[in-house]
Design a protein around this ligand. Structure first.
Ligand code: PLP
Length: 370
C-alpha cells in the first residue's frame, strides 16, 4: 500500500527492524546511552540548544505538555487558528482554564501576522500566543518566522504545534525564537507513533517557574530531572525510542537542508500533478501551500468517499477532509519517508480513478515527470 496520509507515515525498513529489538531495562545503561543519543540528535533536528524531551504520548500529548507546563488558569492566551488543529490547540488551553482569545482565519488561508500584531496592540493582557506551524487539516503552512518575530517584539510567550512540520519543513527553533514546540515521532521523523517530542526554551522555563496548570504525567520539570540521569519519569515507549534513534541517524545523514529540499520537490510534484488533472487546491495561493500535505478540492459531482475507496483499490491510501472539510477535500500526505516515485504512483492512480468515476481529466495530464 502506498500510504499517503499525513501521519502515521511509512517507516524505512531499518527503522522497522530497530523496533523489533528485545526490551532493555529503562533504568539501565543501554537505555541511558539510547536516550542520551536520541536527545542530542533531536536537538540537532530542532536546531536548538534548549531542552528536548521525547515523551511517551502522541502529538496531542506534546501539545498538552507545552500548555500545562507554561500557563496558569486564567492566563489570557491568543489562539491563532486556520483549521482543525488550531481549534484543538485552543481547546486544550481552554480545558485547563486559560482565558482563550481566538483569532480565526478562513480554512485554506494562513494566519496573518499583521492581524496578530493588531490583536496584541488591542489587548495588552495577552501573555501567550499559540499557533500551528503547518495546518494539516487544510494543507497550509503558516508564516511562523513572522509570527515569532511579532511574539518577540511584544514579548509574548510563543507555543508552537509543529507536529506536521518539524523534521520536514525549515524550522530553526532557536533562530526564530519559538519558546515551546511540540511534534511527534510518526510524521516527518519516519518513526512509528508513540513519542511526543517537546522543546522547552529558556523563556518557557521562566514561565514554568510560575505556571500553575495541573499536571502530573506530563510534568516537564520531572522529565528534566530524570533526563539529567538519562531516564524518563515513567516507563517509556522503548521500541519507539529504538526506532526513532535509527530514523534520526538517517535524517542527519541526509542532512536537514536536503530533507527540506526533498519535501519542497515532492510537494511541488503533487501540486502540479493534481492541477494538471484539472483539480484545484484548497490553498488558494501556492506561496503558503504546505510541503508536507496537499489538500485537494473534490471536484463537483464526484463523491469524495467513493474516490478515496477507489484509490484504495488501486493501492493508494489518501486522507479524507476533517471537520467541516469532510466530503469536500481529500489530502495527500508527503512527509517523512517519501520520494518522487511515491507521488508519481498517487498521480497515476488518481488519474485512473477520476476517469473511472466519470471526471473529465485534462488531456495530457503529466502524472510522470520524465
Ligand atoms: C498539526 C497537527 N497537530 C496535532 C496533531 C495531533 O497529533 P496526534 O494525532 O499524534 O495526537 C496532528 C496529527 O495529525 C497534526 O497534524
Amino acid at each position: 500500500m502506498n500510504l499517503r496520509i499525513p501521519g502515521p507515515t511509512p517507516c524505512p525498513p531499518e527503522v522497522l527492524q530497530a523496533q523489533a529489538r528485545q526490551m532493555v531495562n529503562h533504568r539501565g545503561v543501554e537505555f541511558a546511552n539510547l536516550i542520551g543519543r536520541v536527545t542530542q540528535r533531536l536537538q540537532q533536528v530542532f536546531q536548538t540548544k534548549g531542552d528536548v524531551f521525547a515523551l511517551t504520548s502522541s502529538g496531542t500529548g506534546a501539545m498538552e505538555a507545552i500548555v500545562v507546563n507554561t500557563l496558569s488558569p486564567g492566563d489570557r492566551v491568543l489562539a491563532l487558528s486556520c483549521g482543525a488543529f488550531g481549534e484543538r490547540f485552543a481547546d486544550i488551553s481552554k480545558a485547563y482554564g486559560a482565558d482563550v482569545q481566538r483569532l480565526d482565519f478562513p480554512w485554506g488561508s494562513p494566519v496573518d501576522p499583521e492581524q496578530v500584531q493588531l490583536a496584541l496592540r488591542k489587548d495588552t493582557s495577552i501573555m501567550a500566543i499559540q499557533v500551528v506551524h503547518n495546518e494539516t487539516s487544510t494543507g497550509v503552512t503558516n508564516p511562523l518566522r513572522d509570527i515569532a518575530a511579532v511574539a518577540r517584539e511584544y514579548e509574548k510567550l510563543l507555543l508552537v504545534d509543529a507536529v506536521s512540520s518539524l523534521g520536514s519543513l525549515y524550522l530553526p527553533v532557536d533562530a526564530w525564537g519559538c519558546d515551546a514546540v511540540a511534534t511527534a515521532s510518526q510524521k516527518g521523523f519516519m518513526a512509528p507513533p508513540g513519542l511526543g517530542l517537546v522543546a522547552m526554551e529558556p523563556r518557557a522555563w521562566e514561565a514554568n517557574a510560575h505556571a500553575r496548570m495541573p499536571r502530573y504525567y506530563l510534568d516537564l520539570g520531572k522529565a528534566k530531572g530524570f533526563l539529567a540521569k538519562k531516564q524518563t519519569p515513567w516507563t517509556p515507549a522503548v521500541s519507539t525510542y529504538f526506532a526513532l534513534d535509527v530514523a534520526l541517524e538517517m535524517m542527519l545523514k541526509e542532512g536537514l537542508a536536503s530533507i527540506v529540499e526533498r519535501h519542497a520537490s515532492v510537494a511541488q510534484q503533487a501540486r502540479e500533478g493534481v492541477k494538471a488533472l484539472g483539480l484545484s487546491l484548497l490553498a488558494e495561493n501556492e506561496s503558503y501551500a504546505s510541503n508536507t500535505v496537499t489538500a485537494v478540492r473534490c471536484p463537483e459531482g464526484i463523491d469524495c468517499d467513493k474516490l478515496l475507496r477507489a484509490m484504495l483499490d488501486r493501492g493508494v491510501e489518501l486522507a479524507e477532509g476533517q471537520a467541516k472539510l469532510a466530503g469536500k477535500i481529500f489530502r495527500i500526505g508527503h512527509l517523512g519517508y517519501v520520494s518522487e516515485n511515491d507521488i508519481t504512483g498517487v498521480l497515476e492512480a488518481l488519474e485512473e480513478t477520476l476517469v473511472a468515476l466519470g471526471f473529465k481529466v485534462k488531456a495530457g495530464a503529466p502524472a510522470r515527470r520524465d
